[in-house]
Design a protein around this ligand. Structure first.
Ligand code: FAD
Length: 580
């Protein structure tokens, strides 16, 4: 039998522990095994991303490469720079590959990419082997057991999961790895914009093509890579890598009471250093932590606590079920999942669209699609102030500033800012907010981001639009003294706690004492480009009257629910919804 020469393609599975795909590669008893990662232009050049997420990725690569080298000093993570659709066929030939192995990814772009790559592999006589490992259950199997439909609630996910079978126990990391073979790369490089599958425009001025290469002692992880990829330096304190993830998990599990009795609604969104939840989500995104390892370590502990432990959906294992629910929903719906347009499960709501967004224009992975469009320059200003953390509502501004700087905020913080931007204040389209989260989140996951935005905006998953987060009372409930606000909105750090959530109500004497004036719009002006140019010692006035806007939004939501049409309705698709 021909000896196996395996190309193991790491993507969002940057770990050695509990990797069914890596195990499948090793089961082939390969003569050589090449662990590779390719910077995919779809993500690097065509989608948004702050330096923070890319630094996290480099951290994960670096750590993984070091771990590979520990198991075999001749090996490391080979990082290549070209679209896999054009690069891999050349590698198959140059490295005489017999098998391509990778972990399955149900994200809609990833599915298309993998279909193309698998077909190219077939043409090259290379066998493709895949396994699932990103979720507790195989999302496609969940969908199949749910009658081909998306899972729109935890109960549906649990019922379908039960039919799929028990959540598999994690498998151990390998103790050795085969040698890699020679790695000639003297072939022509295709530049990303030459790829016919990648038709979104390259970010102007930021595209710096680089040669396909295999770099570094462990790969391609120098800090200057961020700059080469066109990203600003990272600001986040959160760092990536399997070693860190496993240590974080150990520390969490060591606090047995916390782990077994965790109840999400009782964790504070205002807690910082340390935060009140695990902060493992970026590790799940990059695969530096297996969700099944997390699940089983928590579950084993819970079983010892018997009746006093928490249960799904509030428990820690319940949080992982939400993740699986969104993955399976996306797996069933496909690419329309991340938008309203053409999405049969998304309620159509005629949001205000900021004025510069033209109908039908694609603006990114979360493009606002379709014909419907209420022109609103005011909504654009609200959106810009929300994004800049200059709404004049300290609770919202603190969260948005933490999000931009750290790349992570607590789940209920995400609830607050998402509700405020959409149905609970500004009535701006949820896809605009999801775009900002895509840009800034370390843990950005298309299925979880879109699904949660749909939930919060009451377009899918959740319909109690009358339950609205106050940008004042909700923060107050968790943090009377406003310590979180003081941390992220230093303009207000010396303000009396009585006014910290509503500084516009503070008397002159309190403001003078705190050395701050409440005035202006955060430097936004009418053009929208002057954000941040506000005067020293000032904090903006609130950009809306919340009580008034809550009422406007509630009335509008009520009407949208009465009309009751979804994103795949012909009237939405052909732009005649106004006639209703
Ligand atoms: P923990 O509470 O410690 O939960 C443990 C794990 O469960 C998390 O690491 C995460 O993997 C998973 N999880 C928890 N809550 C959810 C949830 N509601 N949906 C899906 N998975 C969950 N999560 C993402 O991973 N990526 C996203 O892009 C994302 N976008 C969001 C957008 C909005 C508007 C909202 C409201 C939530 C979003 N979430 C997203 C879900 C959730 O806020 C984060 O997963 C969670 O806050 C991460 O912090 P943690 O690791 O401390 O969570």
């Amino acid at each position: 039998m021909k000896e196996a020469r395996v190309l193991y393609w790491f993507r969002t599975d940057l770990r050695l522990h509990d990797s069914p795909a890596l195990q499948a590669a090793l089961d082939l008893k390969p003569a050589v095994l090449y662990p590779i990662f390719t910077f995919d232009p779809h993500y690097v050049y065509h989608s948004k991303g702050s330096g923070n997420r890319w630094q996290f990725l480099l951290d994960c690569q670096n750590d993984l490469s070091a771990s590979i080298t520990k198991l075999n000093p001749k090996s490391k993570l080979f990082v290549l720079r070209e679209a896999p659709q054009t690069l891999l066929p050349k590698i198959f030939k140059a490295w005489r590959i017999t098998h391509l192995v990778f972990e399955r990814d149900t994200d809609s772009y990833a599915r298309d990419r993998d279909r193309v790559v698998s077909s190219l592999a077939r043409d090259a006589g290379v066998e493709t082997v895949t396994r699932y490992g990103r979720t507790l259950w195989d999302s496609d199997a969940v969908v199949a057991k749910h009658g081909g439909k998306p899972t729109m609630s935890i109960t549906q996910l649990q019922a379908a999961g039960k039919k799929v079978g028990a959540i598999p126990r994690p498998i151990p990391a390998p103790t050795s790895l085969p040698d890699p073979g020679e790695t000639p790369i003297d072939f022509e490089q295709e530049l990303p914009d030459a790829d016919p599958d990648l038709n979104a425009p390259v970010r102007e001025g930021e595209f710096k093509p680089f040669k396909t290469g295999i770099a570094g002692p462990h790969g391609d992880f120098r800090p200057e890579v961020l700059e080469e990829l066109g990203f600003p330096p990272a600001t986040t304190p959160h760092r990536g890598g399997e070693t860190i993830a496993l240590k974080m998990l150990d520390d969490i599990i060591a606090d047995e009471e916390y782990t077994a009795k965790f109840q999400k609604p009782k964790t504070s969104p205002a807690a910082f250093e340390p935060q009140s939840t695990t902060l493992l989500s970026p590790h799940h995104h990059f695969g530096s932590l297996s969700p099944r390892l997390f699940y089983w370590r928590v579950q084993d502990l819970i079983s010892r606590f018997k009746g006093s432990a928490s249960a799904p959906p509030e428990s820690l294992t319940g949080q992982l079920l939400f993740r699986d629910m969104y993955f399976a929903a996306q797996a069933a719906i496909g690419s329309p999942f991340t938008q309203t347009y053409n999405n049969p499960y998304c309620r159509f709501i005629p949001w205000h669209l900021p004025s510069h967004v033209e109908s039908g224009t694609e603006t990114g992975a979360n493009a606002i699609s379709g014909q419907y469009h209420i022109d609103s320059p005011q909504a654009e200003r609200w959106f810009q102030r929300w994004k800049a953390g200059l709404t004049g509502f300290p609770w919202i501004d603190a969260l948005m500033r933490q999000l931009k700087h750290d790349g992570w905020i607590h789940h209920l913080g995400r609830h607050s800012v998402a509700c405020f931007l959409t149905r609970g204040g500004c009535y701006v389209h949820w896809e605009r907010g999801a775009d900002v989260f895509e840009e800034w989140l370390l843990d950005h996951e298309p299925a979880c981001n879109a699904g949660n935005w749909q939930w919060l905006s009451c377009t899918a998953f959740f319909s109690q639009y009358f339950r609205c987060y106050s940008p004042i009372a909700f923060g107050q409930k968790w943090d009377k003294e406003g310590l979180f606000v003081r941390r992220w909105v230093p303009e207000l750090k010396d303000l009396d706690a009585k006014y910290i959530y509503e500084p516009w109500k503070a008397p002159r004497s309190a403001l003078d004492k705190a050395g701050v004036r409440i005035e202006g719009d955060g430097g936004l002006g009418s053009g929208g480009s002057g954000i941040g140019k506000r005067e020293e010692g000032t904090y903006p006035e609130p950009m809306i009257d919340f009580n008034e806007r809550r009422k406007v939004c509630l009335d509008a939501m009520k009407t949208a629910y009465q009309v009751g049409i979804n994103g795949d309705d012909e009237r939405v698709k052909n732009g005649t919804w106004r006639e209703l």
